[in-house]
Write a protein that binds this ligand. Structure first.
Ligand code: SF4
Ligand code: FES
Length: 368
């Protein structure tokens, strides 16, 4: 059986990053610089992706700007016919570099926002002066005229800044804002106690987004990722496993989603050993949760199964210990009542932030 090609590919060019956000979805065991794919490898992979049918390439990390060959990679991706989106904190981008990226054909930038004030942004990013730097980069992005999406990751500590984030997106000339409540994978999972929003915050965010969508219609598109631990139904993660997208880790391992390596029994293939099309079609890990055949009750007989594909496999693994069961976020899951109680307990914790860092070097915020 031949599977439909993916539409989008996320290339995690590196796990290196000048920031150390506690909400990072990168794995706790990160790839080292010497394990990263070379320029030539990435260029080959971009060509293979285009041949496979991929249309959009998201260049991500870590911070992709820490790769010196970023402009060459953008050019190669454009030459292969891919639409290119750079997902960045802005740190490491100069005006000159942005102009070079523009010349290389970069189509779009997605700029992350850790907070709407220097105090909040620098605390969450763990990088003093990061906010001021980001604002400077936002100015250059606007001047050059890159289409921009602002990506605000929100959690218990900064959810009250959502109204200001919406204003800032408009001031920056963004066409779109992603209001993403933190998802608990990788480093973020280590910080569930410190970052879990309260039930009231989650409700208020949904209300504000609904209102803003009406008020800003035609001016700003708002993509919204709600706080799923406080939801009744799960998200359709990755558009469905092995359906519309794939991720490539910095070392060339190809994954159905960024957290897939937390599912221990799956074996993922690398672009160093296999062609991308072969991996998409034939790696058993991609076929493990494709479609609906793998499902069990309550998903099997549910009329939403083609809507959410049973939710997130990695979340089922993390919360229920089994990637093949219904995502516990779903109110039909037997694990759901327990999850709701745990979410409130996480939200009531006064745990300190654990900053993302090199393996084995987690830093905790200083006690006040
Ligand atoms: Fe989705 Fe399964 Fe819940 Fe139905 S039972 S809503 S398919 S997760
Ligand atoms: Fe892996 Fe959702 S993050 S399926």
């Amino acid at each position: 059986m031949t599977h439909q090609p993916p539409i989008a590919m996320l290339a995690e060019l590196t796990h290196r990053c000048p920031l150390s956000c506690p909400y990072c979805s990168n794995p706790v065991e990160m790839a080292r610089q010497e394990q990263e794919l070379s320029t030539e490898d990435w260029v080959r992979v971009f060509r293979e992706a285009a041949e496979l049918g991929v249309l959009q390439l998201h260049l991500s990390g870590g911070e992709p700007a820490t790769r010196r060959d970023l402009t060459d990679l953008v050019k190669a991706a454009r030459d292969a016919g891919l639409y290119t989106n750079l997902i960045t904190s802005g740190i490491g981008l100069t005006e000159r570099r942005l102009r070079e990226l523009d010349e290389a054909g970069l189509d779009h930038i997605q700029l992350s926002l850790q907070g709407t004030t220097p105090e909040m942004a620098d605390e969450i990013g763990g990088y003093k002066g990061g906010y001021a730097r980001k604002m400077q980069v936002a100015g250059w992005i606007k001047e050059i005229g890159f289409p921009l999406t602002l990506n605000a990751v929100l959690h218990r500590r900064n959810l009250h800044q959502l109204p200001r984030a919406l204003e800032m997106a408009q001031e920056m000339g963004a066409r779109r804002i992603e209001v993403a409540t933190v998802q608990f994978h990788g480093w973020a999972l280590q910080n569930r106690d410190a970052l879990m929003p309260t039930r009231e915050q989650a409700k208020e965010a949904s209300r504000l987004v609904a209102e803003a969508r009406v008020a800003l219609k035609g001016k700003l598109v708002i993509d919204y990722v709600p706080a799923d631990y406080h939801s009744d139904y799960p998200k359709r993660c990755m558009g469905g496993w092995g359906t519309t997208g794939l991720n490539i880790a910095p070392d060339g391992v190809v994954l159905p989603c960024h957290a897939a390596q937390t599912i221990p029994h799956l074996e993922f293939w690398s672009v160093s050993d296999h062609a991308l099309g072969d991996i998409w079609q034939n790696n058993p890990a991609f076929n493990a949760y494709r479609g609906t055949d793998w499902m069990s009750e309550p998903c099997t007989s549910c009329d939403r199964k083609l809507k959410d594909f049973g939710g997130c496999r990695c979340q089922a693994m993390a919360l229920a210990g089994d990637a093949s069961v219904t995502d516990p976020v779903c109110k039909k899951s037997p694990h759901h009542p327990d999850l709701a109680a745990r979410a409130d307990a996480h939200a009531a914790s006064d745990a300190a932030l654990v900053y993302r860092s090199a393996p084995g070097k987690a830093q905790t915020e200083p006690a006040e």
